[in-house]
Design a protein around this ligand. Structure first.
Ligand SMILES: [Zn+2]
Length: 132
C-alpha cells in the first residue's frame, strides 16, 4: 500500500502550505496579491470608471465657477462644452422636496425644464458660500 502525503501549494507563491487542508494561501498578503491579479477590471469597466470620474470632476468645477442662480440652460451648455457625458452616472438620489438628483459619486445635478442645477451630497459644500 502506498501512502501519499497530501501536500498543497499556495496559489500565489507556490510554497507548500501547512495547517488546514482547505487552506489556499500562506497568508493574507499572498491572498491579496492573488486577488489583485485575478480581479483586474476589464477594459470596459476601466473605461466607464474613467467617464464617471471625469463627470465628477466636471461637476465639481461647475459648482466652483458658476453662481447658484445662473440659468440652468447655461449650466447645461457649460457641462456639454466641457465634455460631460450625460449617459453615465452612479446613482439617483431622491431629495426631500421630491426632485431627483442624478449623481456621479457625491457630485450631481438636478434636471429642470430648461437645463441642470449642480447638486452635491456633501451638505457642508451646499452651506458654504460659493467663491466670487
Ligand atoms: Zn504564498
Amino acid at each position: 500500500m502506498i501512502f501519499r502525503i497530501q501536500s498543497s501549494q499556495c496559489r500565489e507563491c507556490h510554497e507548500s502550505l501547512r495547517g488546514r487542508r482547505d487552506k489556499q494561501f500562506c497568508d493574507d498578503s499572498c491572498r491579496a496579491k492573488y486577488h489583485r491579479k485575478t480581479n483586474k477590471p476589464s477594459p470596459l469597466i476601466r473605461q466607464v470608471e474613467g467617464i464617471l470620474l471625469k463627470n465628477r470632476s466636471i461637476l465639481k468645477e461647475l459648482k466652483q465657477i458658476n453662481e447658484p442662480e445662473s440659468p440652468s440652460d447655461r449650466q447645461f451648455q457649460w457641462l456639454r462644452r466641457h465634455g460631460f457625458d450625460f449617459n453615465y452616472h452612479t446613482h439617483v438620489e431622491a431629495l426631500p422636496d421630491g426632485r431627483l438628483a442624478i449623481m456621479c459619486f457625491e457630485e450631481g445635478y438636478i434636471l429642470d425644464e430648461h437645463g441642470v442645477k449642480p447638486w452635491s451630497a456633501l451638505k457642508d459644500a451646499l452651506l458654504s458660500p460659493l467663491p466670487g
